[in-house]
Each structure stands twice: as structure tokens, then as C-alpha cells.
Design a protein around this ligand. Sequence first.
Ligand code: SAM
Length: 247
Amino acid sequence: MTRTLSNPEQYSQHWKKESEFLDSHHIYEKLSKVTPIGNVLEVGCGAGFGTRHLSNGRNVLSLDSNPHLIMEAKEYLDSATINHNIHKCDLFDLTNEDKFVIKTFNPKIIVGWFIGSHGVDIFKHTEEEPGELEKSKLYREKIEDIIASRDVCVCSVDYIHLVNRGGIVLGLPEDEYFNSTKDDYDTYVFNEIGFEVSDVKFIDWPREGSDFQYGQAPNPNLAEGESVPAITSIIAKRVKNEHMANL
Ligand SMILES: C[S@@+](CC[C@H](N)C(=O)[O-])C[C@H]1O[C@@H](n2cnc3c(N)ncnc32)[C@H](O)[C@@H]1O
């Protein structure tokens, strides 16, 4: 049987519906409340629901590669009379102009909420991974690495706010969760660039009423056991300047 992968247009309709659903459960509002104040570089604007909440008291520059979602976001933000600044680019293929746009915006915070893409994109960038569930995770990890690169995480950035969906193990104490998430992200993403996880929050992930197909694979570095759906918000703070981070 040949697998049919979602294309940019199909994905934009699915994500629009899912993000409307998340917004109706106040997820973006809750997330934006913990995002620090300052210029926000939003990696992936989707249909614009996160952009709208982030724009409350902040300048936002959004990056996205999907023209259908960019159009949805612009229409949505216009209808809500929210100013927007959406730059079309592919994070896997940033041009000098894209890098210039990012740097001159002087972002203080980078936001990467619900990183994902349409099937064609995910398969194209994860050819080395045979497992379908693992592909979405690998795609997210690759984007996280790009976020942590010097092209995106420029000198002005003090915070990185990542948001993922997954499961949390029932009964595991909160500090154990904080420590395992922090260890994982500090080791694989942040320590190398002089950042450190400073805040981890879990928000109930509403699933009833949603038919969005999330590809997810368990993180082998986190605890095992019976789990409940949760959205994990992770904020990392710069603790060393670039020079010291490389020592
Ligand atoms: C799952 S949506 C999340 C959007 C938004 N952050 C939200 O929470 O609603 C992921 C977004 O990232 C964008 N994206 C994925 N891969 C990208 C890439 N390589 N370059 C630029 N944008 C990308 C997608 O087009 C999509 O709009």
C-alpha cells in the first residue's frame, strides 16, 4: 500500500482546525502568559492564533514556509486588527536575506510552539529514520537545532520558549519531571549554546473533539509509565554569553 503524505494545502486546513480547537481551550493564551516580554521571533506562525496572543504587548516577527498557512494567518490577524510581520522562509534553507531579517529584528525571545509540518516536508527531512512515528520527533529535533543555531539564536536572544505535545507519566512528582525535562533539553539543545532550562510547565492537552493526527514517539530520555496527554512548555534562559559558551 502506498502511503499518501499530506501536502502543504491539506496540512494548512488540518492545522487551522486543530489550532482553532486549541485556542478555544485557551492554550495559546496560557502559553503567551509565560512567554517573557520583548521582541518575539515566532518560528512557525501556523494559522496565527499563537501570533495573536504573543502580539499582546510584544513585537512579533513570524517565520513560516507554508504559503497556505501564511495566508490563513494574515487573514485571521487582519480580521482581529492585529499588526503582523510574517516572513516567508524555510528554516532548512535560510538565505542571507532571511538571516538579515532575523538579526535586524533584534529578537529577545524565540518561540517554537507545536513544531511540525506537512507529511511531504517531514519525510523529505527525515529520510534516515525508518519509523513513521519517530519521523515527526526527528523533524522537531532538527528544527530545535536550527532554532539553537547562530543564524536564528542571534546575540540579542535571551530566552527560547519551546512547546511540545506528548504525555506525562501519572503520579511522577513535578520536580522529577522538571529535572528530567531540564536534563534532556540542557544536554541535547541548550548547554552547548550557553542556555539553560529555567521553567517547565504542563498544561492539560484537550484531545476530546479533535481529530488531528499527531505523529509522536515517546522520548526515551524521559520517564516511562502510564501517561496522560499534556502540553509541555519549556523556557530556557541565556546563562553565558556566546564567547563563554564555547570555552
Ligand atoms: C504545527 S504548526 C504550529 C504553528 C504555531 N506555532 C501554532 O502553535 O499554532 C507548525 C508551523 O511551522 C511551520 N514550519 C514547519 N517547518 C518549517 C520550516 N522548515 N520552515 C519554516 N516554517 C516551518 C509550518 O508551516 C507550520 O505553520
